[in-house]
Design a protein around this ligand. Structure first.
Ligand SMILES: [Zn+2]
Length: 69
């Protein structure tokens, strides 16, 4: 089973959990605050290896493609 990363809509915390393929978090609860239905985060998106290319120091956006120098 893959490990999925979830982000809590209550406290904003992130946690990882071993889930069956296709798990979307509907049946899960945040281990920190207990709020249900955390949102699944694509683990490939947060795997790093892309540091320095994300975040814009010019406009402050976290995903800026318009003013990248
Ligand atoms: Zn939470």
């Amino acid at each position: 089973m893959p490990i999925y990363e979830f982000r809590c809509g209550g406290c904003g915390g992130r946690f990882e959990k071993l889930c069956p393929i296709g798990e979307n978090g509907e049946n899960l609860k945040c281990p920190a605050c207990g709020v249900a239905s955390p949102r699944r985060v694509m683990s490939s998106f947060s795997g790093g290896g892309n540091s320095g290319d994300s975040g814009c120091s010019t406009c402050g956006s976290s995903n800026c493609s318009s003013c990248r120098i």
